[in-house]
Structure formats: structure tokens, C-alpha cells
Design a protein around this ligand. Structure first.
Ligand code: SPV
Ligand code: MN
Length: 614
């Protein structure tokens, strides 16, 4: 009580009281920023059997119930009074009905459990970006994860007092039963719900443990932040922030938006550069430039495929017993150490994983072989455990963004890297035109090509057209907005169905971008943007990876495929005309102009045009 009363904010007190009354926990723990409080929460995660210690000190494992290992898009809904506010893809429901259902589900849901009341900050605490957040949960795992991934915000609440305009994140794992390793997992997945109440800036999440559904500070707060940003003229983006060194020792900050599991984190981890964030960024117009901060201070990363050879820095951080790490949905071997798919050693014969006792060849009820670790198995770690963490992570003014990158899984259209002609062209033909195949980060069928504007579709709390318009306005109001680029790591040779690039080539495109924003690299004009010259790429390939880049590779990777570009425009125009609400009219003009440029090239030079012919 004393800790609550130290914060002079009656609205906060009312909120806590309301949820104690509704959820009826047997006790309540209020966490300040003090390390002792977080130690208590860490211990609670163990005591309550939500995490189990591993062989390496400071490492724990957590399991989500079988079938609870990804974001539940179907049951994630915005609660709104206006029944036609969002596009059907964005999944909304009547606010009163949703609140009623949620109050029903939450009634007495914490009986016999302890409630954790926690305070966090989205963004660096001492900055104008900071948004105070109240997290209420009965899961010590959720609170513990948030302590690793976010800055604590008790002090921020104290300082803001009555003025604090805070987000509320209310979570309960609901009824649980004993799962793998005797850890408690959700039992009531049929009633798994994530409801976002925009009006009250509150998100409710029940009967789920998977981080993307339960860690309120992550995608749940992000959905509220997108709405708030749109009403205040700044941006909340599904973007990494990293620094890349360019010619003459220049350090260039770039942001990049990729759908989940499409290379966002691995891009920030390229050797020799530094990471400031790997998932969510707040961007503000600082007058003469755009600045960005990382909303988080940790990484909730995909562990699949991480190995000591390709991911030296992550490997080192994840195997260091000094670092606090929570692993989720990996295999625990009989000796108490862990194993995940792609770790590069021999696959163990048996162990415990997200399906319980596991042995090689085990099948699920549908007859599908259960992999050693889940494809969306993850780890939580603080960024300061990484040797390549950028020194400006906590800079309250943020970093100056020189380039913004959009990328997805696209096998046949976009070239590996291309710069847009200007902000408007970039937002429309790169960001708003992003399409990508679905992945294991969400429940449901992977590999389906979907429209994913700015890789933010899953988190948009405003109509798609409004969001595109806000992006356009944001850059138009800035004197020196970042340059916009697209990248595509997934381009394939259609005949052999093999990738046209190697995993490490992303570093080459980053270097070109970093040089380009300072006019230190040339470009060739295509109907859709500006691509690197062969000479520049050859030089960068040599410098970065010691490889001899051939003309044949350049031609295969950078030829202009008119037909697939035209199909893409057709698909997008149908979507923006028939499905998207509030599409800015300029989008059609810019897309039609692009189509005219493509048609013109095709009439002159044919369907496939070599970059040497452009
Ligand atoms: C993503 O899926 O984009 C993630 C992980 O970053 S989640 O927490 O599930 O959102
Ligand atoms: Mn993400």
C-alpha cells in the first residue's frame, strides 16, 4: 500500500483496486524499481513452477502449453464502439460486449494466486518518448520477462504523479495444470483472449502464456502506442534500430521493418556493427531530422538455428552463466542443459520439450513429427549482455535515423536492395506495399503470402489507410527525413527454387545503404527505385566478405522482372481500393505512375531487363 501511495495518482489507485476486486488474488505484491523486488519476482517464477533452473546459473526454462506457442491472431481483438472503424483483417468487436466477456473471464481468475503489480517505461525513462505502463499479472514469468526486456518505471510514475498518462496491461494465465518438467501451463486455451480497449488505453490478456500474447509491454502496449502516436504525429514501428559503419568512419543509424521471423534480429547482429534494438521503435520528428529510441532494452529472440559459427555474439551471450536468460519451448536434456533446433551439434535422442517427454520421431496427435524445439522457441535476454550493444541505447534524445528499410519474404519480385525515389514513393511502394509469407510467429498456416504494410499489420489499431497517411505526413513535415530502402533476403531462382543470396549478404546491402545516405555510392535508376552499381557492390563484397562478386550474380539478383512487379501492383491496388479504409488518394497516383514506368520499360526492353541494360 505504501508503494502505491507513494505515487500520487488516484486513477492508478482505482485501477489497482478495481482489478484486485475483480480477479480476487489471495495476495498482492507491488514492485518498485529496487533489485530486491525483482529478485522476489524471479524467485516466484521458480516457486510457482513457471520457470525451472537450468544447468547454467542464471538460466531458466519456461514452457507454454502445447498449442500456445505463437500470437493468437484470431482471438486478438480491438474493442471499439464504431462497428466499422477497422478493416475486417484487423479484427474488432463491440466494446461493451468485449468488456463484458472479459470481466466474466476475469472474475475470480486469480483466486489462490499472488497478483504482481509492476511499473515499466516504454522507451528510455528520462526522455520525452517515455510512456509509463502499469502491468498487472498473476504470472511471475511475465513480470520476470518484462524485467529483462524493459526499463522499470516506478520512478517514472512517482515523478509524473497525477500527470501520468499511462497504459494498463492486465494479464492472467487463468487455470493451469502440470506440463513439461512439472511446470504449470495454461489449461483453458479455448478461452484464450487478448482484447485491446483503445478508449481506456487498456489491454486484457487471459488464458495464455506465450510472450507475444502475455507480455503486455511488448505487442500489447505497441498496439496502444500506434493509436496514440497517430493522434500525436509521431510513429510507433515494428522496427529494429542499428548502427552501420560507412566509408570515412561514418556511423549511420538505420531502422528496419520486417515481419516476424524474416531476419530483423539477424540483421542487427551482423558482425562489426551495433544493435540498438531489434523489434519496436518510437520515431519522432526532431525538426531537421527523424530520431528514434528503442521501446525495449532486451531481446525476445527466436532461438531456432542459432549456432556458434553463424551467430557468434548471440551464442556467446546465451551460453554465459553470468547473463540472466529465460529460454522458452526448447529441449531440456537429461543433464539439465538445453538443446534447440539448428544448434549445430548432434540432436539428442530424448529429453523434455514443449510436448512433454520427447524422443526422436515423436508424433503429435495429428501424426506430425514434433521437432526437438518449437520453431518459435525463444529466449529473453537484456541487450547489455551482447558485446555489440550500441552505446546510445539509453540516449534520451534518441539517434538520428538516416535510412529506413522495409523487407519481407518475397521469392520473385523485389531485388536484394533498392532505394526509393523519395519519402512519399518509399512509404507507398516499399512500406505500404510490403507482402510476405506467414511464419511460425503466429498460430495458423505458415508460408501464405500476405499483405503486411510496414510489417505492422498485426499490430495496427487504426485503419490501414489512416496509418499510411500518418506515415506520409510524418516525413512530409520533416526537413530531412530518412531515405527509404527495400531489401529482400529471400529472392529465389525460379527454376531451381534456391535462394539467390547467402545468409551473410545482408551485410553488403547494409553497407551500400550506409554509403548511399551520404552520397558515397552510385546508383542505377529502375522503374521502381535506385539499385547499386556493379562496381560498388563488387568493392563492398570484397571489403566485407572477401568474396569476388561476379557479373552473373549481379545480373541474376538485380534484373528487373516487369511481370511480377505488375502483378504486385494489381494485387495491391485491389486491396487498397476494395478492402483498406481511408486510403490516401496519392497512393493510387504513385502506384499508377510506377506502373507506367514499368510498362514503358517493358515496351522498350522486354519482360526481364538486365541491370546493365537499364
Ligand atoms: C513478433 O512475432 O513479431 C515478435 C515476437 O517479436 S512476439 O512477442 O510474439 O510479438
Ligand atoms: Mn516483432
Amino acid at each position: 500500500m505504501e508503494r502505491l501511495y507513494n505515487i500520487n495518482n488516484p486513477e492508478l489507485h482505482d485501477t489497482v483496486a478495481k482489478f484486485i476486486e475483480l480477479c480476487q488474488p489471495s495476495s498482492v505484491f507491488v514492485a518498485s524499481d529496487a533489485p530486491a523486488d525483482w529478485n522476489y519476482i524471479r524467485q516466484s517464477a521458480m516457486r510457482n513452477h513457471e520457470e525451472s533452473p537450468l544447468k547454467l546459473k542464471n538460466h531458466t526454462v519456461h514452457y507454454d502449453a502445447y498449442g500456445d506457442q505463437g500470437r493468437d491472431k484470431k482471438n486478438t481483438r480491438y474493442l471499439l464502439d464504431d462497428p466499422n472503424y477497422l478493416e475486417p483483417e484487423l479484427n474488432q468487436m463491440d466494446r461493451n460486449r468485449g468488456l463484458d466477456e472479459m470481466h466474466g473471464l476475469m472474475n475470480g481468475i486469480m483466486k489462490g494466486k499472488e497478483m504482481f503489480v509492476c511499473f515499466f517505461s516504454l522507451g528510455p525513462v528520462d526522455s520525452q518518448y517515455a510512456i509509463p505502463c502499469l502491468q498487472i499479472t498473476d504470472s511471475a514469468y511475465v513480470a520476470h520477462s518484462e524485467h529483462i526486456l524493459y526499463r522499470t518505471g516506478y520512478r517514472l510514475f512517482e515523478r509524473h504523479g497525477r500527470k501520468a498518462k499511462f497504459f494498463r496491461l492486465i494479464h492472467s494465465e487463468g487455470r493451469t495444470s502440470e506440463g513439461p518438467l512439472g511446470l504449470m501451463v495454461c489449461d483453458n486455451l479455448d478461452s484464450r483472449r487478448v482484447y485491446i480497449d483503445i478508449k481506456d488505453e487498456t489491454v486484457y490478456s487471459v488464458n495464455t502464456q506465450y510472450g507475444g500474447n502475455s507480455i503486455g509491454m511488448k505487442k500489447l502496449a505497441m498496439r496502444l502506442a500506434i493509436n496514440r502516436a497517430c493522434s500525436e504525429d509521431w510513429l510507433t514501428e515494428h522496427m529494429f534500430i542499428m548502427s552501420v559503419s560507412a566509408r570515412y568512419g561514418r556511423k549511420v543509424y538505420l531502422t528496419g521493418a520486417f515481419p516476424s521471423m524474416c531476419g530483423k534480429t539477424s540483421t542487427t547482429m551482423v558482425p562489426g556493427e551495433s544493435i540498438l534494438g531489434d523489434d519496436i521503435a518510437f520515431l519522432r520528428n526532431a525538426g531537421d531530422c527523424v530520431r528514434a529510441v528503442n521501446v525495449e532494452k532486451g531481446m525476445f529472440g527466436v532461438i531456432h538455428g542459432i549456432n556458434p559459427k553463424d551467430d557468434e555474439l548471440q551464442w556467446k551471450a546465451l551460453r554465459d552463466p553470468q547473463n540472466e536468460v529465460i529460454f522458452s519451448n526448447v529441449l531440456v536434456k537429461p543433464d539439465g542443459d538445453i538443446y534447440w533446433d539448428g544448434m549445430d551439434k548432434e540432436i539428442p535422442e530424448k529429453g523434455i520439450n514443449h510436448s512433454g517427454v520427447w524422443q526422436r520421431g515423436k508424433k503429435d496427435p495429428a501424426g506430425k513429427e514434433i521437432p526437438v524445439s518449437h520453431k518459435n522457441a525463444r529466449f529473453s535476454i537484456s541487450l547489455d549482455c551482447l558485446d555489440n550493444v550500441d552505446m546510445r541505447l539509453e540516449d534520451p534524445v534518441g539517434v538520428k535515423v538516416r535510412g529506413m528499410i522495409y523487407g519481407g519474404r518475397d521469392s520473385d519480385t523485389w531485388v536484394p536492395v533498392e532505394e526509393a525515389f523519395d519519402w512519399q514513393h518509399g512509404i507507398i511502394t516499399k512500406g505500404a506495399s510490403l507482402e510476405s509469407e506467414t511464419t511460425a510467429a503466429t498460430l495458423g498456416q505458415p508460408g501464405v503470402m500476405t499483405f503486411n504494410p510496414m510489417s505492422n499489420l498485426d499490430f495496427l489499431s487504426v485503419p490501414v489507410g489512416t496509418y499510411v497517411q500518418k506515415n506520409l505526413e510524418f516525413g512530409a513535415k520533416c526537413q530531412n527525413p530518412p531515405r527509404i530502402f527495400s531489401v529482400n533476403y529471400f529472392l529465389k531462382d525460379t527454376e531451381s527454387d534456391t535462394y539467390l543470396n547467402t545468409k551473410t549478404d545482408k551485410h553488403i546491402w547494409l553497407k551500400w545503404i550506409a554509403n548511399r545516405v551520404h552520397e558515397d555510392a552510385d546508383a542505377v535508376r529502375t522503374p521502381t527505385g535506385m539499385i547499386p552499381t556493379f562496381g560498388d557492390l563488387k568493392e563492398i563484397f570484397k571489403e566485407v566478405s572477401g568474396r569476388n562478386y561476379s557479373q552473373e550474380d549481379y545480373v541474376r539478383q538485380f534484373s528487373f522482372w516487369a511481370q511480377s512487379h505488375l502483378h504486385k501492383i494489381d494485387r495491391l491496388l485491389v486491396l487498397y481500393r476494395d478492402r483498406v479504409k481511408n486510403t490516401p488518394p496519392v497512393l493510387f497516383e504513385v502506384m499508377e505512375a510506377q506502373r507506367a514506368r514499368i510498362d514503358d520499360l517493358r515496351n522498350r526492353k522486354g519482360d526481364i531487363v538486365s541491370p546493365f541494360d537499364l
